[in-house]
Design a protein around this ligand. Sequence first.
Ligand code: CLR
Length: 408
Amino acid sequence: TVGDAVPASQRGSWSSFLKSIASFSGDLSSLTAPPFILSPTSLTEFPAYWCERPDLFAAIADAKEGEERHLAVLKWFISTLKDQYTSRNEELGSEKKPLNPVLGELFYAYWPDKNGRGQTNLLVEQVSHHPPITAYVIENKTKGLKLVGHNAQKTTFSAGSVIVKQIGHAVLTVKGVEYVITLPRLRIDGLWYGSPYIELIDSNHIIGENFVSLIEYKGKGYFSGKSHSFKATVSPASAEAPVAATSSSSGGGLGAWVGYGSKNSSSTSLSGKEHVVEGTWHETSSWVKGAGKGKFHDSSIGKEDFVVVGGEPNGEMGEFETRKLWNLVAKGIREGDFELASTEKSKIENDQRQRRKDEAAANTKWALKHFKHEANDPIYERLGKFAKINPPTEDRYTFVGNWPPSLA
Ligand code: CLR
């Protein structure tokens, strides 16, 4: 029945929340949800998921340029997925609704050096509120590694699930060489029962100068019968590089999973150089074809927590740093004091409204601290051709620097 996992007193409001999702598409973040499903964490903290295995990130720079490095990028990418998409279920019992960041919200953190691999720094800025867009940079200077990206979401409702199309992409620079990373789609299941969880669907790409990875996702019952299944195919980059039947940014996509092999088997130029790994992204995967044997990745190892710059919310933090900004709202949610949460949330929202009004009156605009918006991304356009990604061009948020002093 509806809301098996919902506290009895919140079932009514969960039903109305579901109704509003069903009759709505666009920006889910602005819908009011019942307290049991609220997370005390803002979306500005999510880019940290890209680097919770800093050893694998650093290993990219240690790998030999070319095939070996591309495989290291793929291994790191696959290993981020467990944190990105299943960690709230493990820590909070189900997927939850994150706090909706305000314009200019900031998050600074780092993973300390270990065994000489260097410190990895994270900087996040909320660059748009409507629609919510988050921009981030992750840098390991010692290794010459930098990941810059932005993301937004478009949501629709289909057959009882929420489908989340991710907008945006990331560019990884390794000692001056660039890789474009596109993002998979999500399906949020379990809504009816009040215990939402994410399944990845369709596909995404990692595109380098010499190699392209196509990562295809299939859930329970389709291919292996297991949730969170994926298959990654690494091929030399050329106009012939593999393309999913539907690209990461378009719909559908079941055909590509089974059809792919035969579709390309006539292309002899790829043989011997193609690599295939398969498995479950939240657990492990294995080599099916190519350079290696046995296990490819293992998500159960290597996780390290970040250190938040400024320490506690009452420490050395600016007003717009997420843990300080949302401190009391988060406290209310954590402690079940929803009156505190909602009063404090209203204060933040009113302050935001006032700021926008003042800016309009003064004919000024909020100035971003770390990023500059540009209509095109030449790197995305150049590398995107190797995988015929859709859309062929995207905007970008260029990192302009301005690290906080302790990370500079
Ligand atoms: C943000 C970018 C990260 C990966 C990621 C993981 C979970 C996603 C989140 C992104 C965007 C917001 C999201 C969330 C899961 C649920 C939440 C789609 C893509 C929506 C807004 C909340 C839905 C509400 C129900 C769960 C109740 O790299």
